[in-house]
Design a protein around this ligand. Structure first.
Ligand SMILES: Nc1ncnc2c1ncn2[C@@H]1O[C@H](COP(=O)(O)OP(=O)(O)OP(=O)(O)O)[C@@H](O)[C@H]1O
Length: 575
């Protein structure tokens, strides 16, 4: 392999003079310790590289070895349930799901002489108590020359040899490397068809995301990005969760690492870690590795998608990742663009988000990778470069609002600053679930919330009591929408997750309240009397009071609602 010598080194960036041919994007090993790095710029015999580990102690003259391969990560069974660094190296020997490594068992599903195709499952492996498929790597096809026997296997052993049509032999291992910056091939990309249910009412009901789509969660300091990402990781209806903690503070990541192994998947009752891969790259780890961690995460996501699974990737936070790009770019002496970020910030964001997709895999199955990235705009300013460029590539924008967070109104997603370009596709899905009115109800709520913002501005000037009765009632109804539907504590035992069935009931009750309240107003009822009804307070708290396994209790609430609002008379008639 090609060799070079360091000529200059500063932080994660080095310049080297090569004695052989290096390629752009080639993975390298730096110094005697062989620290991992990547060639990021080539000029004649000189190149610039970034190093993914602490470079303290490296000096001019130290050797750099080429690997001849692009930066890649090993993909295969055993990834689930563990925590990795930005280059997918396990951060801990301890595993977070039960089971014993020595019990790895290999069960071939093909025999010598069989034909295999890219992406095909050629064996099953049981590791750590989990059975996982072994896939033929995407660029391998041909006739099986050799296949390992059923039984115990060793991680490094060759499991299968495939001879292709050009007579070349390919060795297939348990883990096969894939370049992190290259999307894995698929047969077809498909449009999003059904929602990725998150269990969060404000998202599923107002701003739903399709499986295979992409969303951003921008929010200023302390507005709840991390809590929301973790809530999604715990409750989203996905087969596999990839959680990339990118440049967050070590203590925040430590919380995730401490908490996740103890959590149970609410839908299966199994440990949540069994379906989770965590990639941790905290702010004190080398900055270049942070840049790579996002691509490593997305590559792992695609690997599970290629097994016909529905995968959700949470990246917290893409701003820290963009800062890593900025730091490396600064050290390269590149001309800075907006806010010091490199001019290629936008294309790098595109490279990341565009890997989200619903696909037909190479073997004809359906899989999806949904990407949800948190953004931390300085001072919560959504016009800054990372947020504004991200907006170009995402379909759902879930903007967190400082005022809502300060009022401890969680999740602090602002309904008027957020949007979903996927929503229109889901009328059919909600109809199948039993709510053919969902899209119309959603539009009504959004219109009501817009009207609320307008009326609140007026009320601040003239006082709420000076508003006409119908406007006062509009504010009362909007408050109910906010408190009953949009507010949902991530820490509430009853309400941290809300199933689509429960969301339908709650949405219907709120809409019914609005309809009956305005009918009562027409009959001459007083808006204050409507807001003072005990059923109004019960509706505000229904998320906390009626859990997932007592959905029939919503019927009682509905009867109470009909009785109280139906019985409400004009004030004069009451007297
Ligand atoms: N959905 C929620 N339910 C209940 N409490 C929440 C919710 N979201 C946020 N909080 C509260 O707000 C606090 C701050 O949230 P979080 O750490 O997620 O903010 P952040 O935006 O990630 O912050 P930073 O900018 O520091 O990364 C949490 O510790 C929690 O008390």
């Amino acid at each position: 392999m090609a060799e070079a010598r360091i000529r200059w080194i500063g932080g994660p960036v080095l310049h080297a003079v090569s004695e052989g041919a290096f390629q752009l994007g080639e993975a390298i090993e730096v110094g005697e310790a062989g620290l991992p790095g990547e060639v990021i710029r080539l000029r004649g015999r000189e190149f610039v590289a970034q190093v993914y580990e602490d470079t303290t102690g490296l000096k001019p003259g130290d050797p750099v070895h080429g690997t001849g391969q692009p930066l890649s990560v090993p993909l295969g069974p055993g990834l689930l349930g563990n925590i990795y660094d930005g280059l997918l190296r396990p951060l801990s020997e301890e595993r977070f799901v039960e089971g014993d490594d020595t019990e790895s068992r290999f069960q071939p599903q093909v025999s010598e002489g069989d034909k295999v195709k890219p992406g095909q499952i050629y064996a099953q492996v049981t590791m750590h108590g989990l059975e996982e498929p072994c896939l033929v790597p995407p660029h391998v096809s041909g006739t099986v020359e050799e296949i390992a026997e059923e039984g115990k296997i060793d991680r490094e052993q060759v499991l299968m040899v495939v001879r292709d049509d050009d007579d070349a032999c390919h060795e297939v291992h348990l883990h096969n490397r894939w370049p992190v910056r290259r999307p894995r091939p698929v047969r077809d990309r498909l449009p999003g068809d059904r929602p990725l249910i998150t269990g969060q009412r404000i998202l599923d009901t107002l701003f739903p995301i399709a499986r295979g789509s992409r969303a951003a969660i921008p929010g200023g300091f302390g507005t709840g990005k991390t809590v929301l990402q973790e809530t999604l990781a715990k409750h989203a209806h996905a087969d596999v969760i990839i959680y990339v903690g990118c440049g967050e503070r070590g203590n925040e990541m430590a919380e995730v690492l401490n908490e996740f192994p103890d959590l149970t998947d609410p839908s299966t009752g199994r440990p949540l870690m069994e379906r989770t891969v965590i990639i941790a790259n905290t702010s004190n780890m080398p900055v270049a590795a942070r840049e790579a961690s996002i691509y490593a995460g997305v590559t792992v996501g695609e690997y599970f998608r290629d097994q016909g699974k529905h995968v959700a990737l949470m990246a917290d936070s893409t701003s820290r990742w963009a800062e890593a790009l900025r730091e490396v770019s600064g050290r390269l002496g590149e001309l800075p663009a907006e806010a010091g970020y490199p001019a290629y910030l936008s294309s790098r964001l595109a490279d990341f988000y565009e890997r989200a997709a619903r696909v037909t895999t190479l073997t004809g199955e359906e899989g999806s990778l949904t990407i949800i990235g948190a953004v931390s705009p300085p001072a919560g300013d959504f016009s800054e470069p990372v947020t504004s460029h991200t907006k170009r590539y995402i379909r759902c924008f879930w903007g967190l609002d400082k005022e809502r967070a300060e009022a401890r109104f969680y999740p602090a997603i602002h309904p008027l600053q957020s949007y979903s370009e996927d929503a229109e596709k889901f009328t059919g899905w909600w109809t199948e679930k039993g709510n053919s009115d969902w899209y119309r109800q959603r539009e009504r709520l959004l219109t009501l919330l817009e009207r609320e913002a307008h009326l609140q501005r007026m009320a601040r000037i003239v006082g709420k009591d000076a508003l006409p009765a119908d406007q006062q009632l509009t504010l009362t109804c909007a408050q109910l929408v906010n408190e009953a539907l949009l507010s949902q504590s991530a820490f509430s035992k009853t309400d941290r997750y809300c199933s689509p069935e429960r969301q339908i009931e709650m949405l219907r009750l709120v809409i019914r309240f609005i309809d009956l309240a305005f009918e009562a107003l027409e009959r001459g009822a007083d808006p204050d009397d409507i807001a003072g009804l005990s059923v109004y307070r019960r509706l505000q708290r229904m998320g906390e009071e009626i859990g997932e396994d007592e959905i029939e209790r919503f019927d009682d609430l509905r009867s109470e609602l009909d009785d109280q609002l139906g019985g409400l008379k004009a004030r004069e008639t009451q007297e």
